[in-house]
Structure formats: C-alpha cells, structure tokens
Design a protein around this ligand. Structure first.
Ligand code: HEM
Ligand SMILES: *[C@@H]1O[C@H](CO)[C@@H](O)[C@H](O)[C@H]1NC(C)=O
Ligand SMILES: *[C@@H]1O[C@H](CO)[C@@H](O)[C@H](O)[C@H]1NC(C)=O
Length: 480
C-alpha cells in the first residue's frame, strides 16, 4: 500500500499546513478594526458619504457616524474598505508618514481625467520630481518679484469691470480672476484672447466631469470631460510647439518666465508628462482659490464688523503708500501688513473647507490608538469635521476671524490643516493666500456688497455655490 505510506509520510506536513492556515485565518480575524458599518457590497456607504450638504457644516452623514462610532470609524467607500479619520492626531500621522506607511491614492477616475502624470496621482520619485518643479515655480522669491504684480493686475481687471447695482455672479468673477492669473503664469496667455477663452470653455466642461460619476459611456459628463481633456492638451501642445519653433528659428533660447517655458528649459520631462503637469496645475491652481474667494465674500457679508476692520487695515496700507509717494502697485511689504486679512483668510478656510478630505491607502498593517488598519485599506483624513469640532474651535460655526489674533492657542493651530501636510503639502498655499488678500484689498477699498439672491456653499464634495453667489455691489469711496 504505497499510497498509505505516502500519505503518512506527508501527514506531518499537511497537518502543519492546516495549522498554519488556521493561524493565518485567526490572525486575519484578530484585526481590531474600529467600529463602523461596511454598508452594501461594493457600493458600501459611498452614496451617503457623497450626498451634498451645506459646506459650512459637518453634514448629516459625518455627524451621525461620529456620534455612533467615534472619530475613527470603518466603512466601505469608493469601492474599498476604508478607515475614515476625524482624529487630528491620526490625520497628521497619516500625512507625515507618506511613502512609509501611507500613500496618496485617488480614485482611478481622477487619474483618467487628470492624467497618469498628474501630481495628484503620482507617488514616489516621480512625484518628488514634479513637485520640485511646481514648488520652484511658486517659490517665495517668485511670489515677491513676479506674482504679486500679476495678482494685483488680474484682480483689478475683474473688480473694475463690475457694474454698480447690477446682479453679479461672484463665484464666476472669482474664477475669472484665478483662471486668468494661472494661465498667464503657466503659459503666458493673456485674458480675453480667443485662445484663452476657448481654454476657459473647455475647462468648464472638464471640471463638470471631475465632479460627476466616472462612467465612461456616451453622453455622460465623464465622457465629455475626457473629450475636453484631449482638447485642452491639444491647445497646450500647440502653444508649446509654437514656442519651440519660434526659438529654434532665431537661435534664441526658450524664455523661462512662465511654467511651460521653465519646464522646457530646465527639466527632462517628456511631452506627455509636461502636458499632464500643466493640466493639473491649471486644475489645482484655480478651482480651490476661486471658491475660497467666493466663500470670503459670502462670509464677510454676514459680518459687517469684520468688513469694517478689514477696511481700516487696507485704508492704512493705501494711505501709507500715498504718503510715501509710491505710485506703484502693492509690494511684499504692503502684503506683510495685511494682518487682520490673514485672520479672515484662515477663518474662511476653516469654515469653508474647500478641500474637505484626502485619499490615502495603507502600505502596511498600521496600528493606531489600539486599532488596526490593515494593509491595502483606504484611509480618508477628513479635515472639515476637525475644523468644525467644538473641542478644537470654540463656537465652531461662527465666523470669528478674531479667534486667530494674539493669544490663539496651540489647539487652534495644531488642528488646522486646510492645505494638507507632509510631503504633499499644497504647493500653492502661499499663492492662494496672496490671491485672497489682494482681491480682498481692492474689494473693500472699492465696494460695499450684499447678497442679491439667497445662495449657500454646498459640498459635492467639491465646494461650490449652486447659483454662483449672486451679489450686488455699491461704490464705496474710502480714499479721497
Ligand atoms: C485655498 C486654496 C487651496 C487649497 C485649500 C488647497 C489645498 C490643497 C491640499 C489639501 C492639497 C493636498 C492634496 C493631497 O495631499 O492629496 C493640495 C495639493 C496641491 N496644491 Fe493646493 N490648494 C489651494 C490652492 C492651490 C493653488 C493656488 C495652487 C497652484 C497654483 C495649488 C497647487 C497644488 C499642487 C501642485 C498640489 C500637489 C502637491 C503635491 O502633491 O506635492 N493649490 N492643495
Ligand atoms: C530627470 O531628472 C531627474 C533629476 O532632475 C532625475 O532624477 C531623473 O532620473 C531624470 N529622468 C530621466 C528620465 O532622465
Ligand atoms: C493661519 O494658519 C496657518 C496654518 O495654515 C498658521 O501658520 C498661521 O499662523 C495662521 N495665521 C494667523 C494670522 O493666525
């Protein structure tokens, strides 16, 4: 009976295998996961999570989940088992361990639209490489010498076009401002030219696709957005080739005073990589800051005391320039004097939460506060709910810029991360604040405003005013 002998000789091995499998199974079962609800198969709780709600609130879904499960809970979102974190320490831990324990992991639909070389989806060395380029481009030196003048020119261009006593869609105007600024700095396109208007129209379609569900079927917003993506890339490539031809012709070097020129001259990126970089800068660089400006207009309208204080600050700056005989525009010194304005900016970002949460995944099993987060799970650090937690901010739903003045506590600053953090901290945070401050400067010096039609910001989760924030403005003569 050779089979029997064979069996007995193998028995120990088989037994060991069974034991091992059992152990493995038990180990798998012994994950101490946070409480939560995995919802329906595949869909999980995604629909509830994405249900639009007023952007200056935490939202019903989040509120109910936090009160039921606590600040760290499990769920099933965007097709993956997920840990949602409203715990500021865990959020910081996640961002500070990028590349070691956690990694950026946006839904693949975003990669499909922004491109596989987009900075928002790249990881590792390639991300570092691209990031360095954009950080260089928005360095504080460039902000001081180049960008501040452009920001003021573009802000004035938009604000001076406003007609008193007519309905104005503040959100569209803010978009015009930040879009014009970014295309000028990326590709030296002047606002109002046919080329830049075409780009703006394509971009609007493109943006709708990013918000929509990622169904690549005829007639869907996603499909239209993919088409827009390729039109936009064509436009950028055309601009790029024109520039290369011009410079090859007369033997001069490529100009490097915009991002496209800089990349062509100083980097070894391929055409495909350059196009995705430019597109993702266009996306990251104007959608967020224009919404922040709309939010400031909206929140300030409900707080006249803050408008008064802003006005005092900006009149002081403008008068000092006048007395010093400075006819030129705002400079860095002036910007540094916009102190209360910085409080208004922080308070706007805290309440409005333009970027509400980030997408990450674990690279290893991670233990945190007694919980296990298994390898491969997604982790969503949610800033919005941290910024609106009464334990972190007193009366969190009140617009109170003064909370950022002297005597602000470490709880205030430690729990505030509107621009993310770690290796992927927003590359444009300084530019975004500069845009907001300079726009506010000329806004309060020139106009009073009120809301023409009730509107409020919604989180889709991209924050937007559904009606475009209709306002009416009136002349305000501060300087005589
Ligand atoms: C108030 C306005 C803005 C907010 C709230 C904001 C917020 C953020 C956040 C939270 C991230 C991190 C994403 C992540 O870690 O997954 C980020 C990344 C980024 N932002 Fe911003 N942003 C703003 C304005 C801007 C502007 C004006 C620019 C550029 C002109 C810009 C360029 C970028 C870039 C390039 C990244 C990717 C950085 C990297 O992956 O290393 N942002 N932003
Ligand atoms: C491009 O340059 C970076 C350093 O600037 C280098 O790390 C990278 O390997 C280079 N890539 C290629 C494809 O040569
Ligand atoms: C605003 O928040 C930033 C953190 O993003 C902090 O460093 C800064 O001190 C705050 N500004 C004011 C005026 O509180």
């Amino acid at each position: 009976m050779p089979e029997l002998v064979f069996f007995f000789s193998l028995a120990p091995a088989i037994l060991a295998l069974i034991l091992l499998l059992k152990l493995f199974k038990r180990k798998k079962k012994s994950y101490n996961l946070p409480p939560g609800n995995m919802g329906w198969p595949y869909l999980g709780e995604t629909l509830g999570y994405l249900k639009p709600y007023c952007a200056i609130t935490t939202g019903d879904f989040m509120e109910q989940h936090i009160s039921r499960y606590g600040k760290i809970y499990k769920s099933n979102l965007f097709g993956y088992p997920t840990i949602v974190s409203v715990d500021p320490e865990l959020n910081r831990y996640v961002l500070q361990n990028e590349g070691r324990l956690f990694e950026c992991s946006y839904p693949s639909s975003l990669g499909g639209i922004l491109g596989k070389w987009s900075m928002l989806v790249l990881v590792g060395d390639m991300h570092k490489n691209m990031r360095m380029i954009s950080v260089n481009f928005m360095s504080s030196a460039r902000l001081r010498t180049h960008l501040i003048q452009d920001v003021e020119t573009q802000a004035l261009l938009v604000l001076k076009s406003w007609q008193v006593d007519k309905k104005i869609l503040a959100q569209d105007e803010a978009k015009k401002f930040t879009f014009n600024l970014i295309v000028k700095n990326i590709m030296s396109m002047e606002p109002g030219t046919p080329e830049s208007e075409k780009l703006r129209r394509e971009y609007i379609t493109f943006m709708k696709g990013i918000i929509s569900a990622p169904l690549n079927l005829p007639g869907t917003a996603y499909r239209r957005a993919l088409k827009s993506r390729s039109n936009i890339l064509q436009l950028i490539e055309h601009n790029m080739n024109e520039r290369l031809q011009k410079t090859n012709g007369d033997g001069k070097k490529v100009e490097d005073d915009d991002l496209l020129g800089w990349v062509l001259k100083h980097s070894n990126l391929t055409t495909e990589q350059i196009l995705d970089l430019i597109l993702s800068m266009l996306f990251a660089g104007h959608e967020t800051s224009s919404v922040s400006i709309s939010l400031a207009i909206y929140l300030l309208q409900g707080c006249l005391k803050a408008v008064e204080e802003l006005r005092e600050e900006h009149i002081r700056i403008a008068k000092a320039k006048e007395q010093a005989g400075q006819r030129s525009g705002l400079n860095w010194e002036d910007y540094k004097h916009m102190e209360f304005t910085q409080c208004v900016i922080n308070e706007t970002l805290r309440l409005g939460n333009v970027v509400r949460f980030l997408h990450r995944k674990t690279l290893k099993d991670v233990q945190y506060k007694g919980y296990d987060i298994p390898c491969g799970w997604k982790v969503l650090p949610v800033f919005a709910a941290v910024h609106l937690d009464p334990l972190n901010f007193d009366q969190p739903h009140a617009f109170n810029p003064w909370r950022w003045q002297n005597g602000k506590t470490s709880t205030t600053t430690n729990n505030f991360m509107p621009f993310g953090g770690g290796l992927r901290l927003c590359a444009g945070s300084e530019l975004a604040k500069l845009e907001m401050a300079i726009f506010i400067h000329h806004l309060v010096l020139n106009y009073d405003w009120d809301i023409a039609e009730p509107d409020q910001p919604f989180a889709y989760p991209f924050v937007e005013f559904p009606k475009g924030l209709p306002i009416k403005v009136y002349d305000h003569q501060c300087l005589t």
